[in-house]
Design a protein. Structure first.
Length: 1013
């Protein structure tokens, strides 16, 4: 075992941290149980010889509690439990709910005048926390037991004891079956019945008659004079083997209910026991799945109920629906009844909470003074190969929405996760991935660390010395391990707690000398474990402050994180440590990937921002921008608003929001997510539709909403084969037809430098979107082209001089501008063009095509007339509507039939006339079916077969022939030039992995040459 470095952190410093964590001095066995503590112990023994001698210096180091206990708020909570009988305690995570809920037991007993057994159900990994709190806070001489997986029958027998005060059980154990041989099961059941009916033989006899349905007991030889053991044995046999024994009687919850109700068969009856359900948001299955069903039936039988959660609606009202059916079965016989009653009116939720939720609801800051940090959004962009993988999935029309969402989420996180070999346990997903990347397998080869690691590294490096971090992820497999390895390679000393680290706490056996001491003092009752001891017996054995359960492997790692100053951070999952655990040694919380559930995010942050935290906390969410993670961010934001509506106000919500609140909407169908599951062309078309005709104001809204990058990336996907590229080729061929040597070219609304890439020429580009410009620079650099790029609006270009250009082109730009700024845009175009220079504007079909062809004709004629009035001499031969007449199929290399899409080209020479430009000119048809100019991204249904006429279609054809259907002019790509460009396309396909090999590329090339010839 590696020795401790005591130079940076002394032995005393290390031991003080351990003492403060436990609020006591651990004993020798405890020090040996935790590996880090064992190192500290070795150093103590090496330097001092005696642990006891060393620890005497630290006695009285800290008080048991460092705040008033019970506090005024806790006393209020205890009183509320007693007064209301059934209550929801929704104080924020870390606001000290445990103690008052537990101590309310004694107020209940005082109220009813008798002992009241208390059952505490909670997630298994926080049961030990409850036991530690009980030992710390409860001064009465109480008995308690834990139902454990290894000894369910024995623990249930303990629970049945009349003097048992507290029974602890995990949600995951409640529904488990009580398996065993028939004879063993009868014996075990009889033992439990003996405990239930101890000194109550007549009640046991009545129970036997009840399950025998009043049949004669003579065949059992049982009568009024029979002993309790014989009666219980007969009842146990009938219970196990009878015709009407019921399925729940063979489960933990079934036996527990029998114990607590003394075998009352009336499922609607309430009994004098107290049920505490901690973190009850974990039981939210409206259809009453196994875990929720067990919780439901147990809680329903209790006279007193306290339901605890720092997030009573973590994501939807499913858990409240379960609780409503427990608390008001007459109004909500089933959880679904509550959901139907709520509908889209959250006032129902508010009224329910007004009735049952403890008031006031305290925040962590109110109770502890610890402020909850705002979540900082740390956005970044996927690298080039990650984008190729992501968009390959996005473009696959055969993937279902839920599968696409899953795979896109994996790629956003770490592209290595979608390698087919990672889906060994799901042949369906493996086959889907193989199908999606058929012919593109190279994309998934030689993948290095994800670009997300770079963001994580920067975050970790910026953390000040002496402060620790906590990293949360949704995933264990393929994430926590590699992330931990990466951090260690960085030099960070990090521990990991995920689903692979056991949370099982085993009972600590009593030593022989402890049993002997109990016997000597007349206190031995067959106790085997520390947990079997009452408080007075623990005091007798000097075990009062000692743990009753062994630390789980998970506990050991957490304790090292909390106490070892050499540890820099911990990597964990939302499902592992999101609730019920103290991690206040850390104050930098990093959400490595997106969690769907707002409540889980709050719970995760509260692991650090809670009682005991001495430093300011920081929370950061890493997000791959322009991916489905943007949608997740917006979804969580909306969900928080909906939940607040339900908790605080009387306002009705939309049916869509109501479905989300009820948990009825699949994640892939949530409105913020649906757009990200569209193909790149559909998504780009939709985003353009949001600004089409809206101009600068709509574009500003788009950028403010964070969709600028999303539009740029999706617009650029396979751009070379898109209809946008086709418009560029029409302009390029028109320039060739003019026969002029244009040296200074300006592209207006350039997008990703469309004309520069089409012409393979250095140009000046202007676009409003920075993201478009950046992508244009990257793509042009690949082609060896230099561009001068300016971000701004084309209707005001002060950065360009007068008469600076001899050719200006705008593709799909005037129709995006609002009517009001089209005239100044044309005026600016004339200003920067030299006299005799040419302007070319090309329009997509949505700008002019109508079913009413007469109106369509009028729009185009007026457009030409407006350009003439503005001072352009129109080239009548080139101006007109163009069809794509000839294409090359990429796969076969054969000539295609063209594309059934019409573009409108307008070409004019800048004259020396002054021209007339005024408002109302340059009117176009606006496709209002998908254009509203509001800049928001909300999904309208796009059918799989929908014509994607604005952007592009599946990679398949390269356009090489165009015809002006108004003048008959044919603009055909020169054969040699076509082949040069086609060779360039093939090169890109090979580089991107979209064709399998060089051999396949040569085959396609040969076919293409045959097609051209």
């Amino acid at each position: 075992m590696e020795a401790l470095n005591l130079e940076k952190h002394s032995l005393d410093d290390r031991f003080v941290r351990i003492v403060r964590e436990h609020r006591r001095i651990p004993d020798l066995s405890e020090m040996r149980e935790v590996p880090y503590y064992s190192k500290v112990l070795d150093s103590i023994l090496e330097g001092n010889g005696s642990y006891q001698k060393y620890t005497k210096r630290f006695e009285g180091l800290i008080e048991i509690v460092d705040y008033p206990f019970p506090s005024r708020e806790q006393l209020h909570t205890m009183a509320a439990v007693v007064e209301n009988k059934r209550i929801i305690i929704g104080d924020a995570a870390g606001a000290r709910k445990t103690a008052p809920a537990m101590l309310a037991k004694f107020g209940i007993e005082e109220e009813v005048g008798e002992k009241v057994k208390t059952v505490i159900a909670a997630p298994g990994y926080i049961i030990n926390n409850w036991i530690q709190k009980l030992d710390q806070y409860v001064e009465e001489d109480v008995n308690y037991c834990v139902i454990t997986p290894e000894d369910k029958w024995g623990d249930l027998r303990q629970a049945a004891r009349e003097d048992m005060d507290f029974v602890f059980v995990s949600y995951d154990l409640l529904f488990r079956e009580l398996k065993g041989e028939e004879e063993e099961e009868v014996d075990r059941t009889a033992a439990i019945l003996n405990e239930i009916y101890k000194d109550k033989k007549q009640e046991a006899l009545e129970y036997l008659k009840q399950i025998r349905k009043e049949k004669d007991l003579s065949d059992w030889g049982i009568d009024e004079n029979s002993g309790l053991e014989d009666i219980c044995l007969a009842a146990a046999f009938e219970n196990v083997n009878g015709d009407d024994n019921g399925n729940d009687r063979k489960t933990v919850v079934g036996e527990l209910i029998n114990i607590l109700t003394k075998n009352d068969p009336d499922e609607l009856s309430k009994h004098q026991f107290y049920f505490i359900g901690d973190e009850f948001h974990n039981v939210r299955s409206v259809s009453l799945g196994k875990k929720t069903n067990a919780f439901y039936h147990l809680a329903s039988r209790a006279e007193y109920i306290s339901l605890l959660s720092g997030t009573i609606m973590p994501d939807n009202i499913g858990n409240l629906a379960v609780v409503a059916s427990i608390l008001e079965p007459e109004n909500y016989p089933e959880p679904r009844n509550f959901i139907r009653t709520v509908g889209n009116n959250p006032a129902v939720v508010r009224r329910f909470l007004e009735k049952y939720e403890k008031k006031p609801v305290h925040t962590t800051e109110e109770v502890t003074g610890v402020k909850q940090p705002e979540i900082k959004d740390q956005a970044y962009i996927l690298n080039e190969n990650e984008w190729k993988i992501y968009q390959t999935i996005q473009a696959d029309r055969e993937l279902s929405p839920i599968d696409k969402l899953l795979l896109q989420s994996y790629v956003s996180l770490d592209a290595r996760l979608i390698k087919p070999e990672n889906f060994r346990k799901s042949s369906r997903l493996r086959e889907l991935v193989e199908s999606t990347f058929e012919g593109k397998e190279d994309l998934l080869e030689n993948l290095g660390n994800p670009s997300r690691y770079e963001v994580l590294e920067d975050l970790i490096i910026d953390i000040p010395n002496g402060e620790k971090y906590i990293i949360f992820s949704n995933y264990t497999k393929g994430v926590t391990g590699p992330v931990t390895e990466f951090l260690r390679d960085m030099g960070s000393n990090v521990v990991v707690v995920d689903q692979s680290v056991s949370s099982t706490n085993k009972k600590i056996r009593l030593r022989k000398k402890e049993i002997n001491k109990l016997e000597k003092n007349g206190e031995f009752r067959g106790q085997k474990y520390r947990i079997d001891l009452r408080r007075s017996q623990k005091e007798l054995l000097d075990l009062l402050d000692k743990p009753s359960l062994h630390y789980s492997e998970r506990d050991k790692v957490i304790l090292e994180f909390q106490t070892n100053p050499d540890i820099d951070g911990i990597v964990t999952t939302f499902g592992t440590l999101r609730e019920g655990r103290d991690l206040y040694a850390g104050n930098h919380i990093v959400m490595y990937d997106w969690c769907w559930i707002p409540g889980v995010l709050k719970q995760a942050i509260a692991r650090a921002a809670r009682s005991g935290q001495k430093k300011e906390c920081y929370a950061t969410q890493i997000r791959a921008t322009a991916t489905v993670e943007d949608g997740k961010k917006e979804h969580v934001r909306r969900k928080e608003v909906i939940i607040r509506e339900a908790e605080r106000c009387e306002n009705a919500i939309s049916k869509e929001d109501a479905a989300s609140l009820a948990g009825l909407t699949p994640k892939s169908s949530e409105r913020e997510i649906r757009p990200y599951l569209l193909s790149p062309w559909q998504l780009a078309r939709k985003l353009l539709g949001k600004v089409n005709g809206g101009g600068i104001e709509a574009m500003e809204k788009l950028v403010a909403s964070g969709y600028g990058g999303l539009l740029a990336i999706n617009f650029n996907y396979n751009w070379e084969t898109s209809l946008s590229a086709d418009r560029g080729k029409i302009v390029s061929r028109a320039m060739d037809h003019l026969g002029l040597d244009f040296k200074r070219i300006l592209e207006l609304g350039a997008g990703p430098a469309q004309m520069a890439r089409t012409l393979r020429r250095n140009t000046t580009v202007v676009d409003y979107l920075e993201d478009m410009i950046e992508i244009g620079k990257i793509e042009c650099k690949k082609l060896g082209i230099d561009i001068d790029a300016y971000q701004g609006s084309v209707h005001k270009m002060p950065f360009l001089g007068n008469r600076s250009y001899d050719f200006a082109v705008g593709s799909n730009i005037l129709n995006i501008l609002s009517q009001g700024i089209r005239p100044p845009t044309i005026a600016e175009t004339r200003r920067v063009l030299e006299v005799g220079g040419h302007a070319s504007f090309v329009f997509p079909p949505s700008a002019f095509e109508l079913e009413d062809k007469e109106t369509e004709r009028r729009i185009l004629e007026n457009l030409v007339l407006d350009f003439e009035r503005a001072g352009f001499d129109i080239n009548d031969e080139l101006t007109g509507r163009y069809k794509i007449t000839e294409t090359i199929e990429v796969e076969s290399g054969k000539k295609g039939k063209g594309k059934d899409v019409t573009h409108f080209l307008l070409v004019g020479e800048n004259s020396d006339r002054k021209g007339e430009i005024e408002n109302g000119m340059f009117e176009l048809k606006l496709d209002h079916s998908y254009s509203d100019g509001d800049g928001e991204l909300t999904q309208t249904k796009v059918n799989k077969e929908e014509k994607e006429d604005e952007i592009g279609t599946d990679l398949g054809e390269v356009s090489i022939g165009f015809q002006n259907i108004d003048t008959g002019l044919v603009l055909e790509v020169e054969k040699e030039n076509s082949m040069n460009k086609f060779r360039e396309l093939i090169r890109k396909l090979v580089e991107s992995g979209q064709v399998k090999s060089e051999e396949e590329a040569h085959r396609i090339m040969a076919n293409a040459i045959r097609g051209l010839n």
